[in-house]
Design a protein around this ligand. Structure first.
Ligand SMILES: [Zn+2]
Length: 382
């Protein structure tokens, strides 16, 4: 990309949008310049829009009116529900790379029919492409305004994670912002002080400790079962499990970044973690330095060791399993499992020596299989 001397810096573009919206609120009719002179001038000398606006197709949401803009001022992409896919990204890239736009504004709105359809209906036909995308953004949110905000955030995060846009962001001060238009008042609410902070440090306040604990727990389990070797271990997590561990509702793109930050924070301890994703399934590869760290520095889980030792025996009975739990605590509990594929659930009421839920199944061939879950994970799958 060539440096465009006419490019308007993102902050200045944002202020122009805010002032434009104020003029719109104050005026009775649009005052943007649509004169024949400007029309001819922009044809002969090219366009230099100062911002990219992604808005809904709703006939009440007209960005040029809302920001009191004339010909050549805004590069507008309109699509029902302001969702983002490859075509929209292509348009954004074009305007950023070739027209010098520095500000990308995703503007959702209240009373959005597309968001409402995603919350309340199951549309057929091509509409579904849009409502499915919105649903991915809003999860189970039923409040229309909150859902609209989540939908804007989702579009912002898709734009930010698009590779070319991301490079532009670093080298050319490209800025992606979200906004919510209120058609009743005409006011544009720029969603961002908190969003902006999140953007600079999207993992601010995120507690990675439960993820680290889970990782270490699985590595220990692995070592106890297969014997310790100083070698790389691959661990698999679905997106929803990671969200439960981090107590967030991150999109895959946001999770990519969160895990990158996690890996960065752990590189001195666990070594360089390799993180990959297929759809919403993640693989975290812990290198041999990480395996060695867990083996050498984290205390061996004595209960898990004893439990696994017990499971090596054939033809176990319920009482054998109960005995190993009772050996470690008088707070041991058990009941029939809520999961069809298991017979019993065991746990420690006071979460000591550990807080896992152990599901056990007595197989027909005489061996005993198990899976251990965190309580949240167990509840989510019950
Ligand atoms: Zn709409």
């Amino acid at each position: 990309m060539t440096k465009d001397p006419q490019a308007v810096p993102a902050q200045e573009a944002l202020e122009r949008l805010q002032k434009g919206n104020q003029r719109f609120l104050d005026a009775l009719r649009p005052s943007g310049d649509i004169s024949p002179e400007l029309r001819r001038d922009t044809c002969e000398n090219g366009q230099h829009p100062y911002a990219i606006v992604i808005a809904c197709s709703d006939s009440r949401v007209v960005p040029e009116h809302i920001f009191d803009a004339g010909i050549g001022e805004l590069f507008v992409i309109r699509i029902a529900g302001n969702v983002i896919d490859a075509h929209q990204l292509g348009s954004i890239e074009y305007a950023a790379q070739h027209l010098g736009c520095r500000l990308i504004l995703v503007m959702g709105h209240t009373h959005c029919g597309a968001v409402e359809a995603a919350i309340c209906h199951n549309p057929d036909g091509y509409i579904r492409f849009i409502t499915d995308e919105i649903r991915a953004a809003i999860g189970g949110e039923k409040d229309e305004e909150k859902a609209s905000r989540l939908n804007v955030r989702h579009s912002v995060s898709i734009i930010e994670s698009s590779l070319v846009i991301h490079q532009e962001e670093e080298t050319h001060r490209l800025c992606v912002r979200g906004a919510l238009y209120h058609p009743a008042s005409g006011r544009v609410e720029f969603l961002d002080d908190s969003g902006e902070k999140e953007k600079k440090d999207p993992n601010a306040g995120m507690d990675f400790a439960p993820l680290l604990e889970s990782l270490i727990g699985v590595i220990q389990e692995f070592h106890l079962k297969l014997g310790y070797e100083k070698k790389e271990i691959g661990l698999y997590y679905p997106l929803d499990s990671l969200n439960r561990l981090l107590d967030r509702t991150l999109t895959p793109q946001e999770m990519d970044r969160a895990l990158a930050a996690f890996a960065d924070g752990e590189k001195d301890r666990l070594g360089p973690l390799q993180i990959s994703r297929k759809g919403d399934r993640y693989c975290i590869r812990v290198p041999e330095t990480g395996a060695a760290y867990v083996h050498d520095h984290v205390e061996e889980p004595k209960f898990l060791a004893a439990f696994l030792k017990t499971l090596e025996r054939k033809d176990l009975a319920f009482s054998d399993i109960r005995a190993v739990f009772e050996r470690f605590s008088n707070q041991a509990r058990w009941k029939e499992a809520d999961h069809e594929q298991f017979d019993y659930l065991f746990w420690f009421a006071d979460d000591k020596p550990d807080a896992y839920r152990y599901c056990v199944r007595f197989e027909e061939d005489g061996h005993t299989s198990y899976h251990r879950f965190t309580q949240k994970e167990y509840d989510a799958r019950a």
